[in-house]
Design a protein around this ligand. Structure first.
Ligand SMILES: *[C@@H]1O[C@H](CO)[C@@H](O)[C@H](O)[C@H]1NC(C)=O
Length: 354
């Protein structure tokens, strides 16, 4: 042990922080002494707040995309959105959910986790060492072509962004959404003593999951149990999130091809805006007068009234803000009851009371 530490110290002295983040994961497999946040935090140049608000505006449901945040009857439901899934670089699914703690894998006996399993979907990850997050099993199966496993993703929690991997899926009945490893959850919310039986309940965590085999953390940086090179995780994360932010015009440098992609995306989801779209709101193209199918197509506090974004003060049936799942209240577009909040049903494409 002494020899090992001094060798490590010599490496640190010689090569600095980059090499230091190529690690022997077992040394960090500890519930209170896991990898420091800096090992998997986004670069300071990433526009985290702008990405978070753009994520909240995503409105196109992916397939098999709506899940409750836990198994309690009447639990709020969350939809995974595919608005960002067709970019050529930085393509991703995005959703906003709570964050329960998953310890499946090597550390399945973590505090508060009597029902843990010794494996994770693509190995037996160490929840104390690996920042991973969990998706509903059905979603993973539906999209397994573009989500082969260990895909890099970004989580925005508590105003910060961390990178992780899609390491496990939830196969409970019903399948729930909004779960991440012990390390990820406790790094996001360091003061809350989160554990297997105590998660972060508020639906305010943004999950961005990059698709495609190019987004998969390679075996040079990950083994069955551990992330072995956090520099790879961070550099892939920074590269993918920057490409995404450029596609969304949140940072300069978006080329003409990416703008074209964005235009295509927006016109698909809003079915071609005809009216003036105004410029004085924080989401260009989604201001007063823009076409919309639900409140989430409209910027800021605007609501979707008769197919156009309008201020919520204006008369006319708004889609109501008074239900537990904003954007999915009475009047919001839906394709099934799963798209509607609480006890609402989907009737003629709109959420309505039963
Ligand atoms: C760790 O990852 C970085 C970034 O991908 C790479 O430059 C470095 O060579 C890797 N280190 C090792 C020891 O594999």
């Amino acid at each position: 042990m002494a020899i090992k530490s001094s060798v490590l110290a010599a490496y640190l002295a010689l090569f600095g922080s980059t090499l230091a983040q190529s690690v022997d994961g077992s040394q960090y497999n500890n519930p209170t002494a896991g990898p420091p946040a800096s090992f998997f935090a986004a670069a300071t140049t990433v526009p985290v707040a702008a990405l978070q608000s753009a994520a909240a505006k995503a409105s196109t449901a992916a397939k098999d995309a709506t899940y409750p945040i836990n198994s309690d009857g009447g639990a709020p439901k969350v939809t995974i959105h595919g608005d960002w899934s067709s970019f050529s670089e930085g393509a991703a699914f995005v959703w906003v959910a709570d964050m329960d703690v998953d310890c499946d894998g090597l550390d399945y006996k973590c505090k508060g986790n009597p029902d843990g399993q010794p494996g994770t979907n693509f190995g037996a990850l160490a929840a104390y060492e690996v920042p991973f997050f969990v998706i509903p099993d059905k979603f993973g199966t539906t999209y397994q072509n573009i989500l082969p496993g260990n895909n890099v993703g970004a989580v925005i929690c508590n105003g910060k962004m961390f990178y992780g991997i899609y390491g496990d899926s939830d196969g409970d009945t019903p399948q729930a959404i909004g779960e991440a490893s012990w390390l990820m959850a406790r790094t996001c919310f360091p003061n809350d003593d989160l554990n297997g039986n105590s998660g972060h309940g508020a639906v305010d965590v943004t999950y961005i999951l990059f698709t495609g085999s190019d987004a998969v953390l390679p075996s040079s940086a990950l083994n069955k149990n551990y992330v072995t090179n956090f520099s790879t995780l961070r550099s892939m994360g920074d590269k993918l999130i920057t490409a995404l932010a450029k596609n969304l015009n949140l940072v300069s440098g978006g080329g003409s091809s990416t703008s074209t992609t964005l235009t295509t995306q927006v016109s698909t989801t809003t079915s071609s805006g005809t009216g003036s779209t105004g410029t004085s709101c924080s989401w260009a193209g989604h201001c007063i007068g823009s076409s919309c199918s639900s409140d989430s197509d409209c910027s800021d506090n605007l609501v979707c009234t008769s197919g156009k974004c309008a201020s919520s003060g204006s008369s006319g049936g708004s889609s109501g803000g008074s239900c537990s799942w904003a954007g999915h209240c009475a009047g919001a577009s839906c394709s099934s009851g799963d798209d509607c909040s609480d006890a609402l049903v989907c009737s003629s494409g709109k959420c309505a009371s039963a």
